[in-house]
Design a protein around this ligand. Structure first.
Ligand SMILES: Nc1ncnc2c1ncn2[C@@H]1O[C@H](COP(=O)(O)OP(=O)(O)OP(=O)(O)O)[C@@H](O)[C@H]1O
Length: 635
């Protein structure tokens, strides 16, 4: 045979296979297309050699079969070579030689049966392994970063050492203001886990413990939704502000008086009043503390907390957002009385800083609240600009969030490798006190109508509330009105759904970015304050008024519903809300955490209801439910 093949080569005038021997196998044999037509007898010979790879020179317009493959398998790889070799060995002229696998046909039947049983067992073993680790829909998203178990245990230990706010060694006036001003006179108020971790660290205790020479400038505060992160960063920053004031007063008082005297004598151009006016002008628009938040609603909320402290502790806090007029913004930032704390959205502050570069020259504390949002695409540019502008004077940069996406985690590792990470053990877990129910809209009497399923769920909440009022203390809280927040994915659905719910006798209010700024405050107040004065609900936007005056016979009057998008899912302190309805399945676990985080805040119980339709990811919903039941982090 080898001789015959050599002859083919000679006829076709190619010398590629001239060294072919029975024991050296070719990787390819090139036949000239013209060979069989010129010498038909040799074409018969090649047909008998069934596994010869006949390679044709590729035409110029041949399309690649691997276009769709991201990592096409290399031709001539080990598998290809083995296939060729074995095929050649089984069927070719050297069948039986150099065999690498047993040929079942040559075995006695008994042996064959034994082999097949062994094979079955092996494959059964494999499938068992697979069934032990089922498909995880949540893992496909893999958005959230992981906190190692050992770290969680160490944090628990550190937290157990703190019992009260008095242990922090705060400035007296700050300490006095915490409960009556910051926590509304709450009895037996204790620091929450994140406050136990963050307050001492931000006050500088950690620096002493580790005896590090390096000044710790950056902190990451990561804790569950509704766990008191606002006070966790606000208390130590106000404390630092007051200490700074005292230090400056002590150090600078003598020098300041001397300078003033000197200037007065030498120049005689300024009188003392003028000099003081000039100093005030310099102090104006130069805050020490900046708090960045993503929305104007959050600006107002954080400002409220800051103001509660400001009256007693004596410092000047101002808030600015696009909801305010230009005059109000100018008067707030450049107030001649000066400013200590400024709460703003990144875009607005960046535009002010670009026009007046000195405005950020005195910042010592920069807090980036909802940091995962503010370091995301839409805000990143503005946030990083503010960080870089404040860096020269900055003593502490504090990032704060309830969810740490992997992207943000990597960003922090790259840009702030020394950041001190203060994370609570239950980070990324929805508390077990929040129950999750799943309503299948394709089943029962809903006829695939999600609107109907939503209205039904709300009516059930109202009915249960009237039955349970006397038994369940959490239901009897506040004014006895149940607050329900319904989250949808698209802004366009909000109005439609609110109108539908109103037609079913439900007092529903739509809340989106398009909502009138004046009505916004009243709407949110309804869902953030438990004890509104009687009749204040009528102040809620036009929708609620429409519900009240509508001629619908059957009305659900003990429930208020807010229909909204993610705009209300971030940071808004909806403590009185007991029920959250997820009309659409959230797009990510991060959205799940923030939306369900509007209930079950600060140790309260809560309920979530997910409406699942034909096109929704049921696997994700069931994994979230399972994870919540087990108290696991949703990563
Ligand atoms: N130590 C405490 N004891 C009791 N209540 C507290 C304590 N600290 C804060 N709170 C209250 O808990 C509620 C939630 O606090 P906050 O809004 O700071 O939560 P958060 O962790 O920032 O939530 P989110 O991640 O949703 O923004 C607020 O009403 C706040 O007044």
């Amino acid at each position: 045979m080898s001789r015959a093949l050599q002859s083919i080569c000679i006829f076709c005038e190619t010398k590629t296979i001239s060294s072919l021997t029975p024991l050296r196998r070719p990787t390819s044999i090139v036949l000239s297309p013209s060979a069989s037509s010129i010498h038909p007898q040799w074409s018969n010979q090649t047909r008998n050699v069934s596994r010869l790879a006949v390679k044709r020179k590729p035409a110029r317009l041949d399309l690649s079969p691997d276009v769709a493959k991201s990592h096409p398998r290399k031709k001539g790889g080990a598998k290809d070579r083995r296939g060729f070799r074995e095929g050649f060995a089984n069927n070719g002229p050297w069948a039986g030689m150099n065999r690498t696998r047993v040929n079942p046909a040559s075995l006695p039947t008994a042996n064959l049966r034994a082999m097949s049983q062994a094979g079955d067992k092996a494959s059964a073993g494999k499938s068992n392994n697979k069934s032990r680790e089922p498909f995880h829909a949540l893992k496909m998203q893999r958005a959230l970063s992981h906190v190692p178990y050992a770290k969680r245990t160490a944090i628990k230990q550190a937290m157990s050492e703190v019992e009260s706010f008095a242990q922090f060694g705060l400035v007296e006036r700050v300490q006095e203001a915490i409960v009556p001003n910051g926590l509304g006179g709450m009895l037996d108020a204790k620091p929450t886990p994140i406050q136990k971790l963050a307050i001492p660290a931000l006050l500088g205790e950690r620096k002493k413990r580790t005896r590090s020479k390096e000044v710790r400038k950056q902190f990451l505060l990561a804790a569950e939704t509704g766990s008191g992160k606002t006070l966790a960063y606000m208390i130590p920053t106000i404390d630092a502000l007051k200490r700074q004031e005292v230090e400056e007063e002590e150090a600078g008082e003598a020098e300041k008086t001397a300078n003033k005297e000197e200037e007065k004598k030498t120049l005689d151009l300024y009188d003392l009043e003028e000099l003081e006016a000039q100093e005030a002008k310099l102090a104006a628009g130069r805050p020490r503390i900046i708090i960045l938040v993503p929305t104007s609603e959050l600006v107002d909320q954080v400002n409220k907390t800051a103001k509660a402290f400001a009256h007693h502790v004596k410092f000047r806090a101002r808030a600015i957002s696009t909801a305010y007029s230009a005059d109000v913004i100018r008067n707030s930032v450049f107030n001649p009385a000066g400013i200590d704390m400024l709460i703003s959205t990144p875009q607005l502050l960046t535009s002010i800083a670009q026009a007046t570069p000195g405005v950020l020259s005195k910042v010592t504390h920069l807090i980036v609240d909802e940091a995962d949002s503010l370091l995301d695409k839409s805000f990143e540019e503005h946030t990083t600009e503010i960080i870089s502008r404040t860096t020269p004077s900055l003593k502490q940069l504090i990032m704060c969030s309830a969810t740490i996406p992997r992207k943000m985690d990597n960003y922090l590792r790259d840009h702030y490798p020394d950041i001190v990470r203060l994370t609570t053990p239950n980070l990324h877990a929805i508390p077990r006190r929040v129950q999750l129910a799943v309503v299948d809209c394709d089943k029962g009497s809903f006829f695939c109508n999600k609107n109907l399923a939503c209205a039904d769920a709300i009516w059930n909440i109202g009915k249960k509330a009237s039955v349970h009022d006397s038994e369940d203390s959490s239901y009897a809280e506040g004014d006895g009105i149940k607050r329900v927040v319904v989250f949808v994915n698209e802004r366009s659905t909000v109005g439609e759904l609110a109108t539908y719910l109103q037609s079913k006798g439900i007092d529903a209010t739509a809340f989106t970015r398009d909502t009138d700024a004046r009505a916004e405050k009243d709407i949110l107040a309804e869902f953030t304050q438990a004890d509104l004065p009687q009749g204040s609900s009528s102040a809620v936007g036009g929708m609620s008024k429409a519900w009240q005056t509508s001629g619908i016979a059957r009305k659900l009057d003990n429930v208020r519903v807010l229909v909204t998008t993610d705009i209300a899912s971030r940071g808004i302190d909806t403590t009185p809300v007991r029920d959250v309805i997820l009309y659409d399945v959230p797009n990510s676990t991060i959205d799940f955490i923030h939306r369900l985080g509007r209930t079950g805040r600060m140790g309260r119980r809560g309920r979530g209801i997910v409406l699942v339709g034909k096109h929704d990811r049921r696997d994700v919903v069931s994994e979230v439910k399972h994870g919540m039941f087990r108290g696991q982090a949703l990563i």
